[in-house]
Write a protein that binds this ligand. Structure first.
Ligand code: SF4
Ligand code: F3S
Ligand code: FES
Length: 252
């Protein structure tokens, strides 16, 4: 029977809040069709009942089982072991770590409460309560793409502005640019969002590396469909000479 060795981070924050722990090896039997989360559950069942991980739906829908598998941000419930083994060097264990951009809670669980705070900073849709607006197909498709976000935070975990530079106060990050784009491009939304997208949510810090798009399990084209159009709107509103002139006349 096939076996697999997982090298899993075990630990908690130290007194300064920094991750403190070690990588521990667990070898378990591998059944056909297993995903990474199945292996973690088997480790919990057979060897480490106190190993913490977060999960809920086991179907790629709730966004709670995010972790780093062999250094890549993944949903554990959607990551097939046969794919993981294919990219793991022979004789080496599979490395499983918590998301590195967020503060550690315990083992594979991180504290992503920053996301709730950021969500609260975004004004909800404001527009007529009733409308007979008929959505064109492309408008509906665009909003549907943005609404398919499962809030797994894998894009946030990957973006260097947050992961390396920790600019959590000044930069909304890819997940929330998706949310802001869904509101800004909603045909019924009347809120003026571009000034705060530029100043409070720091879209200028994004240098379009596209790493966020590459890891999104919902297949959202974060950079091309959300971030770049928002950047274009910022440029139009703040740096287009004609728009600037019109604004000046209006304020005079
Ligand atoms: Fe996850 Fe994609 Fe949503 Fe980012 S945009 S939180 S990667 S589903
Ligand atoms: Fe970050 Fe995505 Fe921009 S990874 S830098 S938000 S393109
Ligand atoms: Fe819900 Fe993995 S357990 S997305």
């Amino acid at each position: 029977m096939d076996e697999v060795t997982f090298r899993v981070f075990r630990g908690e924050p130290d007194a300064d809040g920094e991750p403190f722990g070690q990588m521990i090896d667990y070898t378990v039997t591998l059944d056909e069709g297993m995903v990474v989360l199945d292996v973690i559950h088997r480790i919990q069942a057979e060897q480490a009942p106190d190993l913490s991980c977060r999960w809920n739906c086991k179907a790629g829908k709730c966004g709670s089982c995010s972790a780093e598998v062999n250094g890549k941000p993944k949903l554990m419930c959607m990551t097939r072991m046969e794919d993981v083994l294919e990219e793991t060097p022979d004789g080496e264990p599979v490395l499983v770590k918590p998301m590195q951009a967020f503060p550690l809670t315990k083992d594979l669980v991180t504290d992503a409460s920053w996301a709730y705070d950021m969500d609260r900073r975004i004004a909800p849709i404001s527009g007529p309560e009733e409308s007979d607006w008929e959505f064109r197909q492309e408008e509906a498709d665009r909003l549907q793409e943005f609404r398919s976000c499962i809030e797994c935070m894998l894009c946030v975990n990957t973006c260097h502005v947050l992961r390396e530079h920790q600019m959590f106060d000044d930069f909304a990050g890819p997940r929330f640019f998706v949310r802001l784009a869904g509101l800004e491009m909603h045909p019924l939304d009347t809120e003026s969002r571009i000034p705060e997208i530029k100043d409070d949510f720091g879209i200028g810090y994004c240098n379009i590396t596209k790493c966020c798009t590459e890891v999104c399990p919902a297949g959202i084209n974060i950079t091309d469909n959300a971030i770049i159009p928002l950047k274009e709107r910022v440029v139009t509103e703040f740096y287009d000479p004609l728009v600037m002139l019109t604004r000046k006349f209006r304020s005079d």
